[in-house]
Design a protein around this ligand. Structure first.
Ligand code: MRU
Length: 346
């Protein structure tokens, strides 16, 4: 079997940030080498790298690139310029809280470290964030897999795999561990319109790991559930608010409603870096809207007819009451989620 740790969406090599260009998958496996914080922010916005934990790790290394440049300039206002760079990084995408979380950790490092030691400390912190994400994924993989029975059919949405994290994956981490334990009959990856993370990334990742995967249209999920082929829906998250609402790729909410209607269990897998204790509920979260062309592209025509507007909201909110379990590296949470999430702070 292919070693899945070899899927490295984010790495650091020769003093550069190296990103696998996910826009080109599954056709081409190419890597971009970035030297500036502006390039790192642009790569996050343009989906060169995507997935909440992976953009957190990218931002951490992006902050190191910013610090290197500002310290080299040796000007009096290096610190305020560096903090502005970090603001720019944090604004690269609005919804996944891991981005703000990683940037906040870097800000704290800047505020508490002597300039002479700053670059080394920021680099160590970025490596720690990177390493801890991989460790969390392995822990969550085992915890989530334990909840599954033999011969489980699993439906997953978007890509919450090695590509979306520092390695192994959150939802796909559980699927990998369950597969190793002999519990998975088949994985159904839905396409995940409009950017097709499921079709382009998840199907590629699972096939590469020799895990049986069937690609289905987003609209086919209900039928597969009614036919008894799906026992679990397993997804990642971009943010989990204090009450347990789950913000994830558009279409997650529909799957949760369908799962409840068909007696299918619904599992969310996310590290504690995805938990936003400051925000009470999902309706308070800024949901990214991307360009209309991402939706329209599938038609093959240049633009919509006069009078047609296109809404491309790329995340949705799944209410906590539709979630059966949230798997974190600190343990599995069940309702009442407010209490369980607050206990993660202890
Ligand atoms: O727009 P994307 O591809 O960044 O959206 C990614 C998702 O919605 C993932 O499910 C989420 O970030 C969890 S990744 C472990």
């Amino acid at each position: 079997m292919v070693d899945t740790r070899k899927i490295e969406p984010v790495s650091w090599s020769n003093d550069r940030l190296v990103l696998m260009d996910q826009r080109l998958l599954p056709g081409k496996e190419e890597y971009l080498q970035l030297e500036t914080v502006a390039e790192a922010a642009r790569a996050i916005t343009d989906l060169v790298v995507r997935g909440a934990p992976a953009i957190g790790v990218t931002a951490a290394y992006g902050a190191v690139l910013a610090a290197r440049a500002r310290l080299d300039q040796n000007s009096d206002d290096w610190k305020s310029l560096l903090l502005q760079d970090l603001d720019m990084l944090a604004a690269a995408r609005p919804t996944a809280v891991n981005l703000a979380w990683a940037v906040d950790r870097m800000r704290l490092c800047i505020e508490t470290t002597q300039p002479s030691e700053l670059l080394g400390s920021m680099f160590e912190l970025a490596c720690l964030i990177h390493r801890q994400d991989i460790e969390a994924n392995y822990l969550m993989g085992d915890l989530g897999a334990e909840l599954m029975d033999a011969d489980s059919g699993i439906l997953t949405h978007c890509n919450a795999g090695a590509l979306a994290t520092a390695g192994y994956g959150t939802a796909l981490g559980v699927i990998r561990s369950a597969w190793k334990a002999g519990k998975v009959s088949r994985v159904f990856a839905d396409e995940t319109r409009p950017w097709l993370q499921g079709a382009r990334l998840t199907a590629w990742e699972l096939a590469r790991s020799e895990i049986p995967v069937t690609l289905i249209a987003d609209s086919a999920a209900a039928t597969f559930m009614r036919e008894g082929k799906v026992q679990w829906v397993v997804v990642g998250a971009d943010r989990i608010t204090a009450n347990g609402d789950v913000i994830n790729k558009i279409g997650t909410y529909s799957l949760a409603v369908l799962a409840r209607a068909h007696g299918v269990r619904f599992m969310v897998v996310a590290p504690t870096s995805t938990v936003d204790h400051q925000t009470a509920s999902g309706d308070k979260v800024s949901i990214e809207a991307r360009d209309w062309s991402e939706i329209w592209a599938a038609t093959g025509s240049e633009r919509p007819p006069e009078g047609v507007t296109v809404s491309n909201r790329v995340f949705d909110v799944t209410p906590a009451e539709l979630v059966d379990v949230i798997v974190t590296e600190k343990g599995c949470l069940t309702a009442p989620f407010g209490q369980a999430i607050a206990s993660l702070k202890e």
